[in-house]
Design a protein around this ligand. Sequence first.
Ligand SMILES: Nc1nc2c(ncn2[C@@H]2O[C@H](COP(=O)(O)OP(=O)(O)OP(=O)(O)O)[C@@H](O)[C@H]2O)c(=O)[nH]1
Length: 360
Amino acid sequence: MKTVLIGLGQAGGKLTAALQSFDERMGFGAVLGAVGVNTAKADLKQLPFETVLIGQDRVNGHGVGGDNELGAEVMQADKTEVLSALDGRVTAEAESIFIVAGLGGGSGSGGAPVLAKELQRIYNIPVYVLGILPGEDEGAMYQVNAGRSLKTVARESDAVLLVDNDAFRSSGESMSEGFDAINEAIARRVGLLLASGEATEGVGESVVDSSEVINTLRAGGIAALGYASAEAAPKAEENINAVMSIVRRAVLTGTSLPDASNADSALVVVAGKPDSIPRKGVERARRWVEEETGSLQVRGGDFPLESNRLASLVLMGGVERSDRVESFMERAREAIDEAKNETREDPSEMWQNDKIDDLI
Ligand SMILES: Nc1nc2c(ncn2[C@@H]2O[C@H](COP(=O)(O)OP(=O)(O)OP(=O)(O)O)[C@@H](O)[C@H]2O)c(=O)[nH]1
């Protein structure tokens, strides 16, 4: 799926750079172009693509300090500059636009819903958000920001592909120590998904097409992406169990959003050398995903790739009723209550909202 990426905020910019670099290293050509947008000048300097500094008149290039209402306001005020940077990048070839943002901060979290709404109005290709949920141990402000932003981007975009920082964290590492590794892991998964519809070798009926990614996300709302890989035996019939096992692992332990396997739709992609992918295995795994997700709309297909391994990607659409999303929204609501209690002793402007309101 040929895509233009827009990295908003610090996390969005870094993850976009990782995605673009993965696509280039693998020679996929699914990423057509990338733009970075932020209120903090210093964060933009490190990005290897065109950047747009917004909100200069309000924060003078120093970031919005986690205030996502301000993040939304400055995006609204400066959206024309962001849109002109995209002009010429969103060509006729583009099949989707991905806004990439950390939902816990201020610039990305506030800017994403505003920009998604604007892009939806202008372009007639899907506008997706690749949103990063804050880890459980990040402070109340991050949880509240993410709750409000998530609720709003889910409405304003075609779908939100959600990744939970906690799902990628290695034990013993602090969140910030692990960011580069986390970004690499996310870039691999999302990069393979984008490239899976781009395959040109061995094109046949079973090869997955970009339209299947779009159809899986068509129901809107929140989506999650699972991934797992294993060593491949040379012959397809020797890999039936391996395919079942990597598809199971992708859903049960390798997902971007743990405990989110209740889905409206799903796409099972098996990547590897065409001769090593067993039809029977893919079909069996597809049926298992139907049972596991409770969805009757489970598509399946191959992604021909020169590799001695087999990898599975499972894209699940409409996972918002899953335990994980429920528990995150509960965490955001609790953070708001805690903040309200604190506010009684120490009134602070930061916590004016008494429930998870829409951001815009
Ligand atoms: N996966 C990942 N998450 C990150 C990274 N950097 C920050 N985060 C997460 O993103 C959230 C903070 O968002 P940032 O992108 O730093 O904030 P911002 O959008 O730049 O907004 P302000 O700093 O408030 O102007 C937190 O939940 C962090 O855990 C990163 O490189 N990778």
